[in-house]
Design a protein around this ligand. Structure first.
Ligand SMILES: CC(C)(COP(=O)(O)OP(=O)(O)OC[C@H]1O[C@@H](n2cnc3c(N)ncnc32)[C@H](O)[C@@H]1OP(=O)(O)O)[C@@H](O)C(=O)NCCC(=O)NCCS
Length: 186
């Protein structure tokens, strides 16, 4: 197990080499070294589901996921990642295609490639959360949860806002104590 930013990181099984998609102009790759992290983070930190995600949290999510980059030549134009044990379960998240390239079937290429990935076969369950793109995922076998009463979750949509304000509060406190740490009243 490696470490990123002092946090343990799972080793993701080796993935096959990137290969061109059906539309030869575009390619999909699971090579993390090829990812344009600035582009992905900049999209995610402004999107509705991960708004404000700190860079270090984002980096950790990349390290611990199977990431799919969508490229036109050297330019990254889309992304998705899968969180999985590669045996029983997979969660699909952070799916996007940059605006200029939408409406030409590229998310379908991405989904097709993800569903066909050799390390993601024979799983008991796939899941995802979407606000409005149900039609896309339905094409790839996703259905609304059949028995919602059996599912539970812990969801904290304010988690990044809390982190930011805690960080800001800490900086504010240091600034106003001349860098010395102060004991807070109990
Ligand atoms: C959703 C998104 C990935 C689709 O990418 P895309 O490459 O433009 O999609 P495609 O051209 O492959 O079209 C896929 C299908 O999904 C449908 N679709 C695309 N965007 C949609 C949206 N926002 N809402 C509902 N359906 C949508 C298309 O109509 C198309 O259906 P069709 O084949 O019946 O015509 C892209 O619009 C995007 O990045 N949106 C912002 C981020 C986002 O919302 N991601 C999904 C989070 S769950």
């Amino acid at each position: 197990m490696g470490k990123t930013l002092g946090v343990p990181v799972r080793k993701i099984p080796a993935m096959p080499e990137p290969c061109p998609t059906a539309a030869s102009e575009f390619a999909i790759s699971t090579d993390k070294d090829r990812l344009d992290r600035e582009l992905i983070h900049s999209f995610l930190t402004r999107c509705y589901w991960a708004k404000g995600i700190p860079k270090e949290t984002f980096d950790r999510s990349i390290e611990n996921s199977l990431c799919f980059g969508l490229y036109r030549g050297d330019q990254q134009i889309g992304f998705a990642r899968v969180i999985s044990d590669f045996a029983t379960y997979a969660y699909l998240g952070d799916v996007f295609v940059i605006e200029k390239f939408r409406g030409q079937g590229l998310s379908k290429l991405l989904l097709k490639r993800i569903r066909a990935h050799p390390n993601l076969q024979g799983l008991r369950r796939w899941s995802l959360v979407t606000r409005d793109v149900h039609g896309l995922y339905a094409r790839f076998g996703f259905r609304p949860i059949q028995s919602p009463e059996r599912h539970m979750e812990i969801h904290d949509p304010e988690v990044y806002r809390g982190k930011r304000s805690r960080q800001h509060g800490k900086m504010h406190e240091q600034k106003h104590s001349g860098g010395r740490s102060r004991r807070l009243p109990s």
